[in-house]
Design a protein around this ligand. Sequence first.
Ligand SMILES: Nc1ncnc2c1ncn2[C@@H]1O[C@H](COP(=O)(O)OP(=O)(O)OP(=O)(O)O)[C@@H](O)[C@H]1O
Ligand SMILES: [Mg+2]
Length: 359
Amino acid sequence: MPNAMLILQEDSAGPAIAAREPEPRRGVVLIPWSEFGTPRPWYFPLLPSTYLQVQPAKVQDSDDESEEDPPCAYEERSKREEPVVVVRGLRKTFGEFRAVDGVSFEMVEGEVFCLLGHNGAGKTTTINVLSGLLPPDPASHKAAVVYGKDVADPEAIHALRQKLGVCPQHDVLFPHLTVREHVAFFGQLKGRDSSSAERDADALLEVFRLSDRSHHLGSELSGGQKRKLSVSIALSGSSKFIVLDEPTAGMDPVARRELWTLLRAVRLKRALLLTTHHMDEAEALGDRVAIMASGKVRADGSVPFLKRAFGKGYAISFEARDAQQARSLMAAAAPSAAVEDIADASVAGFHTKDRKSVV
Ligand SMILES: Nc1ncnc2c1ncn2[C@@H]1O[C@H](COP(=O)(O)OP(=O)(O)OP(=O)(O)O)[C@@H](O)[C@H]1O
Ligand SMILES: [Mg+2]
């Protein structure tokens, strides 16, 4: 093959998802009161549950199948796996706009579950509802049950918070707390005593390579370091349900990979839900991936399943003398390959699912 240059790579499932950062909001932003969390009844100061640890009754799965909106590609789970997070037909509407439109998925313990989707797909809204920051639509009653707690029930959310670790999309740090104090403080909020919360904080900061910054204020960290601190806070205490909204945004490639390894290691006996725009991240981390678009889950399954369902196969590009030679070389090597493009410089691109013929 004259002048041959062959690049062979396995495609990711589905179309590439652009990684555009959301525009920061400027000016006056009106925040509806419901953004401050799931509202409790006006007479909440009179309720015993405001002062006592009242365990709400366990919620059974919703029987209302009509709320379900099945994805176009769904991989069945093995029956042995008992889900700890059950989302069925979850909806969230802002005014007239339905940001989450009948989302359904399940998570089991020991699993990293990725919500993958474009800007505005509804990922953050979904996880804000699951973590009790936003109430679901009233009709979504029992549409999301996390560790036996209905997220539409303010009392249940109260109990769930002990098990919850959240890393929001935008870092929320206290200006006057140091890095170590942040992690230890949240560990104590989740029920650790002060000395074990401090020990945990030191261990987490070590893992995240933030030990040398532990006595700095949160505001003195770089963007990637703030992200690492937010993930450390989510993992502090004995959180069972960890929710990470774009945890690696702003991290350098080495830090990203280190975080992937860490999250894979800590997932045992926990359920990790994370959002991302990046297929490579979902592939590296996700035991299961749900692809979201326009408020709906369009596909839900393991990465190999999604690749089989949506993958275009192998992308092959090489340089040949001219277009005719490119075609004949490809026809000989992989007859089933489809031409993607043949540029003037005769760099040809083909796609094939036939691995044997190209390796
Ligand atoms: N408080 C709100 N009021 C009105 N619309 C909202 C509100 N919050 C989110 N939305 C809209 O809901 C849709 C989903 O937003 P969401 O933040 O969930 O998307 P996302 O998938 O997390 O996007 P990104 O990848 O950019 O973070 C968007 O169209 C957004 O404009
Ligand atoms: Mg988001």
